[in-house]
Structure formats: C-alpha cells, structure tokens
Design a protein around this ligand. Structure first.
Ligand SMILES: Cc1cc2nc3c(=O)[nH]c(=O)nc-3n(C[C@H](O)[C@H](O)[C@H](O)COP(=O)(O)OP(=O)(O)OC[C@H]3O[C@@H](n4cnc5c(N)ncnc54)[C@H](O)[C@@H]3O)c2cc1C
Length: 379
C-alpha cells in the first residue's frame, strides 16, 4: 500500500498545523479550564473550510479526501482534544449521515449550513441504557400522518447542547430489533426537544456532552434520512468512517505528548545533565515515537481503503483501537518524563492524558472494537 502523500496533502496539513499552533493551542488551556464552547474558533475554522472538510464544494464542503481530512484532524487534536471532538462529531458523524443518506433538499437545508460553519451538527445514538448495545435503544418515532412523533432520551451527545441539527436515531418498529431503527433530522428549535444539561467530564473540555430529551417532538416525514429501518446500518457505516477521525484525534494527542516530553527532557537537568541523557528517558521517547508513527500508518491505511471504496471495517477499528490505546500510553509516559511537573496544570501533559482516555470509550469502546476485529478475522 502506498502511503506517500501528495504535495496538496502536505500543504493542507501544514496550513492546518500552523492554524493549530497559532490559534488553537494558545487557547487550549483556557478551553480546558472554562469548558466553554469556542464559538469564535468555530468561526475561524469555518473561514478556513475546516467545518466540512471531506464533502464536495457543491454542498459547501472543502472537497478534501480522507487522508487530508484525517491529517487535518490530527493537527487540530494536537492542539486541543476538545476541538478535535467538536469537528469529529460535527463532520464525521452528523455531516456524513446527512451527506450519504440525505437527499438534495436535505443537503441544501441541513448539510450546507454545517459545512459552511453557520450551524453545528451532532449525532444522537447513545442512550442511558443503550451504549454499546445500540439495538436496545428505547427512543421511539411513531408515524402520525405526514409526521413522526419522537419520544425518548439521549445521553453523551457531543455538541448536543450547541447543535442546530441533531441527527437522531429512534425506533420506528419496536419489535424489529436493529431493523426497526430509523434516523431523523431533529432541529434544536423543534417543540419538545430539550437539552437537559451537559456532563462535567474528565477531559475533552470545550466540546459539550449533552443529555437530550424528546417529548412528543413532531417532525415532518421529509426529515427522515433514508427509509424506515435503515438507521442501524447507516449508524454503523458512519461510525466506521468516524473511527478513522478518532484515530486521528489519538495520533494528534499522542504527538502533542511526545513533543512536550522531547522539549522538557532536553531542558530539565538532574544529576548535572539533561534528563534526555539518561537511557531510561531515551527509551521512553523512542517507544513513544514508534507508537505514534505506527498509529499514523494504521490511520492512513484505513483512510486509503475508504478512499478507494474498499472494505475498511477491520482497518478502521484497528486504527482507532491502536491509536486510542497508544495515545493514553504516550500521554502517560509524557507525564512520567515531566515527573511532578507532569502532574500539575502548569504543563499540558496531564490534559493530554485526560483527553486521550476518551478515545478508548466513544465511537466503539476498545472491547467492542476487539469484537469487531475478531468478527472480521473469523468470518
Ligand atoms: C465524552 C463522550 C462523548 C460521546 N459522544 C457521543 C456522541 O456524540 N453520540 C453518541 O451517540 N454517543 C456518544 N458517546 C457515547 C459512547 O459512544 C458510549 O459511551 C459508548 O458507546 C459506550 O457505551 P456505554 O457508555 O453505555 O458503556 P457500556 O456499553 O455500558 O459499556 C460498559 C463496559 O462494558 C463493555 N462492554 C459492553 N458490551 C460489551 C461486549 N459486547 N463485549 C465486551 N465488552 C463489552 C464496554 O467495552 C465497557 O468497558 C460519547 C461518550 C462520551 C463519554
């Protein structure tokens, strides 16, 4: 497989890296402290075309391929894991659902405003009692003439409290298991749609994680994505692509931890020499870099297969699983290399550790991804 990237890819990555260093990174500690949604950053990212990267220009996107999109998300996440999730939920989840399963009218009404950064999108699949076990969801959408009436609750929804478009999954046939799930466009101003609150999380600050209620939310039939019963398949396909960008988030956070550790190890002196002179520290740095490089290759392998229209379920799961685990390990070693300074908020490495941990939980836990990989191996 050819992992060489075009000049255009490199230029895009450099442009986003510069923006991440100059604009996002200086704000990252403040975002982590305040946990406030960075509306002004979103405006700036929209100006640069970063709110709809993988979609064609005809629907307001930037027309990037998945390699370039993943590299850009890596750079953004290197600066802030929270901003990485904002983009991933908005684009990889909400945007991809609309792009792949929406019709032209739905593209115009809901996807274009997301891609142009005028509106925020979210993807509401998980529920209090239905996380990994998606088909056990209890949110319902009952047909009533030309409308559906949605009732239920969603939990853990990234961007859920700031989104205008909430792609919502509900059961249109409660007896049909996963075949009874359907996706809808719910709008934040729909009557009966309520943001109950947001979570106080370990990390991933700046991206609100919301609890949502649907109380007799009436929406017209033309807000359904695809047909009744298509939702589960659509969600899985969307999450497969999404995992490539969560892999990118992991690579970005791990790279940030490595960069910080490299700098610190050369500055910090103990026993009359920089700690980077100690072989124990050198080996840590060597292992950290090896893991980052390997995770990046897995990410581009999955992106390449997706680009070519080839099956990529196993490869996306492997990229996300490996990147998630190494980002936590690399951030952990980043703290270790900083010693006591790594454990306090004066240095960013403890944030990288908190942000990295999330990757092992959302868009398929590491346990569920191992199941996915094993199923693909054994089929
Ligand atoms: C910050 C954050 C943001 C999120 N954003 C979104 C979002 O935007 N949209 C959305 O819909 N959801 C979102 N989620 C939800 C996330 O996808 C779920 O938390 C995740 O799928 C796990 O579900 P759960 O939390 O209910 O855990 P559970 O499914 O209850 O899992 C608990 C434990 O059991 C294990 N387990 C469960 N089933 C199996 C199995 N079959 N085999 C082996 N082990 C198993 C899990 O791996 C885990 O270790 C987000 C979550 C968080 C924390």
């Amino acid at each position: 497989m050819d992992f060489s990237r075009s000049t255009e890819h490199r230029q895009i990555q450099e442009m986003v890296a510069e923006f991440a260093d100059d604009v996002i990174a200086p704000r990252a500690a403040e975002l982590d402290r305040t946990d406030e949604f960075p509306w002004d950053l979103v405006d700036e990212m929209a100006e640069l075309g970063l709110m709809g990267m993988p979609f064609p220009t005809a629907v307001g996107g930037a027309g990037l391929d998945y390699h370039a999109y993943a590299s850009a998300l890596e750079e953004i996440s290197r600066a802030s894991g929270g901003v990485g999730t904002i983009i991933a939920a908005h684009t990889s989840l909400a945007g991809n659902m609309l792009y792949h399963y929406g019709n032209d009218t739905q593209h115009e009404a809901y996807l274009v405003p997301l891609n142009e950064g005028d509106e925020i999108g979210s993807f509401a699949l998980s529920e209090p009692e239905a996380g990994s076990d998606v088909p056990s969801m209890t949110t319902t959408a009952e047909r009533d003439g030309d409308e559906y009436v949605i009732n239920g609750q969603k939990l853990w929804i990234s961007n859920g409290s700031v989104a205008e478009t909430i792609v919502t999954f509900a059961k249109t046939d409660s007896d049909a298991g996963h075949r009874g799930i359907t996706a809808f466009v719910v709008r934040a101003d729909d009557e009966g749609f309520v943001v109950e609150g947001t979570e106080d999380k370990l990390g991933d600050k700046g991206c609100p994680t919301a609890e949502l209620s649907y109380r007799d939310v009436r929406i017209p039939v033309d807000r359904r994505l695809g047909e009744d019963g298509d939702g589960f398949k659509q969600a899985l396909e969307t999450l497969n692509g999404g995992r490539i960008t969560i892999a990118a988030r992991g690579v970005g956070i791990a790279q940030a931890a490595l960069d910080a550790a490299l700098e610190y190890a050369q500055d910090r002196e103990q026993f009359g020499q920089p700690i980077s002179e100690f072989q124990a520290i050198q080996h840590k740095l060597a292992d950290m870099d090896t893991k980052v490089q390997a995770a990046r290759l897995l990410m581009h392998r999955a992106a390449g297969l997706k680009e070519q229209g080839k099956p990529f379920i196993k490869e996306a799961a492997q990229a996300k699983l490996y990147s998630s685990e190494i980002s936590r390990e690399v951030a952990n070693e980043g703290i270790q290399i900083h010693g006591g300074y790594g454990y306090v908020k004066d240095f960013p490495v403890e944030r990288f550790y908190r942000d990295a941990k999330l990757n092992e939980i959302y868009e398929g836990t590491s346990e569920v991804l191992r199941n996915t990989i094993a199923i693909q191996l054994l089929r």
